[in-house]
Design a protein around this ligand. Structure first.
Ligand code: ADP
Ligand code: MG
Length: 285
């Protein structure tokens, strides 16, 4: 696995640090994306995009296919270095920490296409989320052998909490790759939550799910929001889905922000309707 495709976006300083950070309150937004551009050769995938996510807020990022949503998530998890602009997380410049340090700040993510360890159990996938890659080590974590007992207890508590929130208890011993797609996506979300992050970046959480699986995810999301003070940046192609789950929305089209506002403002926005309905081949997956 290449380091820039690192699956482990989690704290390196242990759970106590995360708890301590939770008590911090100030007016600085949790996440501030400032004038971010991303150029791939001749293609400008993001063009001076700015957005903010406040503490505890669920923010949606929508837009047609190819509008730059995943690119922004990849910038925020430092898979891509932006061509210009700055990202601040809790007031610190994201670029000033090493790539693996992003995790320690408390940013976790899921991927548009599920990335689990398909041959490992659900429990072990969650453990890999809960155990810091840099602290206990990838191999040790993979074997379920965290070096310190204290850490092992903390890990167990973290994964049990996540399993209960997401209703994954019946599947803990199952091989992840054998589960239906919707459950795999839940496990991936569980792995992100097992980091006990401050901010979770969700890249198309319901893509490929059937209606029943979507309902399970919506219910789980509701429980997460009630139980934990986590902020979400939720990227979706499916506008109806985000309308129900988010408090504030940003809309991308061809790498540019074309609108922002509450879900009701956005659903009445002529430019957004045009981007979705008037874009011909862009409008569908
Ligand atoms: P979305 O997630 O909104 O569907 P993406 O962020 O995946 O869109 O892609 C935005 C644009 O950037 C697309 O035109 C895509 O082909 C291009 N793109 C994304 N990643 C790369 C890359 N690594 N190299 C070149 N072009 C890319
Ligand atoms: Mg995408």
């Amino acid at each position: 696995m290449k380091s820039d495709e690192n699956l482990f976006v989690g704290p390196t300083e242990g759970r106590d640090h995360g708890q301590e950070m939770r008590t911090v309150t100030n007016s600085t937004p949790l996440l501030a994306v400032q004038q971010i551009s991303m150029q791939f050769g001749g293609l400008r995938a993001l063009d001076k995009v700015s957005l903010q996510v406040a503490e505890g807020q669920v923010v949606g990022l929508i837009g047609p296919n190819g509008s730059g949503k995943s690119t922004l998530i990849n910038v925020l998890s430092r898979i891509y270095e932006p061509t210009e602009g700055r990202v601040e997380f809790r007031g610190s410049d994201l670029a000033s920490v090493p790539v693996h340090g992003v995790a320690a700040l408390g940013i976790a993510r899921t991927f548009q296409n599920v990335r689990l360890f398909a041959t490992m159990s659900v429990r072990d996938n969650l453990i890999l989320g809960a155990v810091s890659a840099t602290k206990a080590g990838f191999v040790t974590a993979g074997l379920g052998l965290p070096s310190a007992r204290k850490e092992e207890r903390a890990v167990n508590a973290a994964i049990e909490g996540v399993a209960s929130l997401l209703g994954l208890e019946p599947y803990m011993s199952r091989v992840a790759g054998d589960l239906p797609y919707g459950l795999q996506k839940l496990v991936e979300l569980g792995r992100a939550l097992a980091f006990e992050p401050r901010l979770v970046l969700l890249d198309e959480p319901v893509a490929g799910m059937n209606p029943g699986e979507k309902q399970v995810l919506i219910a789980a999301f509701d429980r997460i929001r009630k139980a934990r003070n986590i902020s979400f940046l939720l990227v979706e192609h499916d506008m109806n889905f985000v309308m129900n789950l988010t408090e504030y929305l940003y809309v991308l089209d061809f790498g540019k922000l074309i609108a922002q506002g509450t879900p009701s403002e956005i659903s009445a926005n002529a430019r957004v309707i045009e981007a979705y309905l008037g874009g011909g081949s862009n409008a569908e997956n």
